[in-house]
Design a protein around this ligand. Structure first.
Ligand code: SF4
Length: 722
């Protein structure tokens, strides 16, 4: 086993060691790839154009990839895509450079002392499989939680399915999903209240509504191709209300902006509900027919008077009353929830309250009505294959937090690190935990901070080097075709886990020769996907939205719940789940406005968020193209917030939480509420591109959780002069 001091070699020597060992291929210059990203290249300068899609976010922009000499030379958005009309954001465009990056890992590497030794893919597979089998042999009665996988996988739905099958069929249930650090709380609340975790409607319905509420959804910056839908809606007279503690680029596309203190959205919604009830502005008939738990909701909302809510949220009482009346008058309303809503310790209650608000105004089903969430529309994971493949103990997973504890206790013996550990809060603790694991396998692309923790690196293919299906926020499934060959001995995620599955489940694991094989297995087991034939998907520039229950069915846009038939046990909106108690609001954990005396030492509210150029703290940091948008660590605050500190624009400050502090550039702006600090989530180390580096914000974010996913916002922090 590699000793701790050997892992701690300098980044420079580490990168050098990696580059030498990988024998990186000669590639086209970065500048060449970057200069051609804005539109199609002339057809006579390319060999072919391949239909593909971006893997970064749930907009799932479909793209056309231009190839010359088996190299990607350009990518542009597919103009035939209904949702994006050829739009893309810089993240998707950076894939040309990232695919051709001279920094890529191209061959499996095994750590030997202080150096990396290049090995073959077959040997690397043997090593991982043997390690996993050995865990079972050493701990025959207690092996289940000693092997873990940090998902998400990079590549496709097929990769996720086959990785789950490989590990769970072998009796290892610990697959830490992306929901832990993403919008698991929102998805859970929607599933409990309505029966499905995905959006209850699709984007086209914003053209059929009267009022669109963007609740914490900074669409212009996080999902740029969607902003044209909002502009089209406004041209048709739709009123757009934007709720966010900051003015952002999305403010320019909204009619009304409500600035509430971060983490108080649930109180604001309960305040609106109380006004609707007190002013008799809710739909009694709808409630009687379709909703369970109204009485309990009304009792719970009673203490959220306009005065109390105004004190909590900092939203003026009059504005709140106007908002409630506006929503009551609107015959059709869609609420579009941003990912930020899920990132508080009170998130599940907040999303339940949003469902309740839409129920009171009869806005959960029908044209121009519903709740949108940036949850990708997949039909489920391995559950649907459970019987067929005897997947063991699906419910037995302890979850990420116990896996972390298991690593700290040195119980976890093998970790398949298939994503960035820096996405977790208290990232230094996670890093330390991982350093306790006997054997860490990294599936990534670059010698980044994750690679530094590994004993074995098996590099993955990038998005244009593999095919597979991906699912998006409009419940659509799209198919991505491979555009170029996999370089070196990189290997697709689906192939790696299919190969591993066969080794650790001898005689029982099915043979998959292609992602198409895996897709077909899913399609045949998911009734809502029956009509999604590969033949159709491969031709469709937009993807097909499920439910698509039969071949020839066009797919389903708009409401997921026709005629108010919800997917809960008794088909009603469930607002009174005993396990969750009444819908109520509590201060986020660590808030200086709560009861904790310690928290008062950190009197400002911490918030962080995504910016257009970065994704999940990881590999967009390896793009020089992205560097033009990057600034390292910085904070945005209102000038009044730092008045007493004598700080001015551009000063260096320390941003400090109970976990520690980072140095950041100060930006003063009237666009953010006083008392609130905002910082972008992207910086991290590892990349040689200096403008993209910094200290990961998650190193100072305390590890607090709602029931399902982690808190990233709403706790206390302070600023001091650096
Ligand atoms: S919006 Fe950007 S990150 Fe999201 S799918 Fe499109 S190009 Fe990719």
């Amino acid at each position: 086993m590699v000793k701790k001091h050997q892992i701690g070699m300098s980044r420079r020597s580490f990168l050098k060691a990696g580059a030498l060992a990988t024998g990186a291929l000669a590639v086209p210059s970065v500048a060449k790839g970057m200069g051609q990203v804005q539109g199609p290249s002339s057809p006579n300068r390319i060999d072919r154009e391949v239909i593909s899609c971006c893997q970064f976010c749930q907009v799932r922009c479909t793209t056309l990839v231009q190839v010359k000499d088996d190299k990607v030379v350009n990518v542009y958005g597919n103009p035939a895509n209904t949702w994006t009309k050829g739009g893309m954001c810089p993240k998707g465009q950076s894939l040309v450079e990232l695919t051709n990056s001279p920094h890529r890992l191209l061959y499996p590497l095994k750590r030997e002392g202080d150096v990396w030794k290049r090995i073959s893919y077959a040997e690397s597979l043997d090593i991982v499989a043997n390690r996993i089998v050995k865990v079972k042999e050493e701990f025959p009665d207690d092996y289940a939680h000693r092997v873990a996988l940090f998902a998400p996988l990079w590549e496709s739905h097929e990769s996720e399915i086959v990785a789950q099958m490989a590990l769970r069929m072998a009796g290892f249930p610990e697959i830490c999903s992306s929901g832990d650090t993403c919008i698991g709380n929102s998805a859970t609340a929607l599933r409990i209240c309505l029966g499905s975790a995905v959006s209850s409607t699709t984007l086209n319905e914003v053209l059929n509504t009267q009022t669109l509420v963007l609740w914490g959804a900074n669409i212009a910056e996080t999902y740029p191709p969607y902003i044209r839908w909002i502009d089209r809606a406004r041209k048709k007279g739709v009123k757009v209300i934007y709720v966010d503690p900051r003015r952002t680029p999305t403010s320019n596309h909204s009619d009304t902006h409500v600035m509430a203190r971060p983490g108080t959205d649930g109180a604001l919604i309960l305040g609106l509900i109380r006004i609707l009830i007190h002013e008799n502005l809710y739909d009694r008939d709808y409630i009687a027919r379709y909703v369970k738990g109204f009485k309990e909701l009304a009792a719970s909302a009673e203490s959220y008077t306009p005065e109390a809510v105004s004190r909590i949220t900092w939203v003026p009482k009059e504005k709140m009353i106007d908002l409630a009346r506006m929503l009551a008058q609107s015959k059709q309303t869609i609420i579009w929830m941003g990912g930020s809503l899920s990132r508080f310790t009170n998130a599940i209650q907040t999303v339940r309250a949003i469902v309740a608000l839409q129920a009171l105004t009869a806005n959960l089903s029908g044209p121009g009505k519903g709740i949108m969430n940036m949850q990708g529309g997949k039909p489920g994971g391995l559950e649907m294959l459970e019987e067929k493949y005897s997947a063991k103990d699906l419910a037995a997973a302890l979850g990420y937090r116990k896996v972390l504890y298991g690593m700290e206790q040195k119980r976890v013996k093998v970790l398949l690190l298939n994503s960035s550990y820096r996405r977790y809060p208290d990232a230094n603790r996670v890093r330390k935990g991982i350093s306790n694991v006997d054997f860490v396998v990294y599936r990534g692309f670059f010698m980044d901070e994750e690679a530094q923790l590994a004993h074995l690196i098996i590099p993955g293919t990038m998005v244009f080097e593999s095919s597979g299906s991906q699912y998006g926020a409009q419940r659509q499934v799209v198919w991505r075709n491979r555009a170029v060959s996999a370089p070196g001995e990189t290997v697709e995620d689906w192939r790696f886990y299919a190969d591993l599955g066969r080794r650790i489940n001898p005689g029982t694991f099915p043979t998959f020769d292609s992602p198409e094989d895996i897709f077909e297995l899913v399609r045949k087991n998911a009734p809502t996907w029956t009509g999604l034939t590969l033949e159709r998907l491969k031709k469709d520039p937009t993807g097909i939205s499920w439910p698509c229950p039969a071949e020839g069915h066009p797919g389903t846009l708009g409401t997921l719940y026709p005629d108010n038939r919800f997917l809960t046990a008794d088909r009603k909106v469930e607002l009174n789940t005993p396990a969750l108690g009444p819908i109520e609001w509590t201060e986020p954990e660590g808030s200086p406005y709560g009861d904790s005396e310690e928290a008062k030492a950190f009197p400002l509210i911490f918030t962080q968020g995504k910016v257009v150029q970065h994704w999940q703290h990881t590999y967009t940091q390896w793009s020089a193209y992205m560097a033009q948008f990057s600034e390292g660590n910085y904070v945005q605050v209102n000038p009044r917030t730092v008045q007493s500190l004598g700080l001015k624009e551009g000063d260096w400050v320390y941003l400090e939480t109970e976990l520690g502090k980072i140095k950041a550039r100060l930006h003063l702006s009237e666009m953010i509420l006083p008392g609130v600090v905002w910082t972008p989530s992207y910086p991290g180390g590892g990349s040689p591109i200096k403008a993209n580096t910094g200290v990961s914000i998650n190193t100072i974010i305390p590890g607090n959780w709602d029931k399902v996913s982690a808190q990233y916002n709403g706790f206390g922090c302070r600023l001091t002069k650096a």
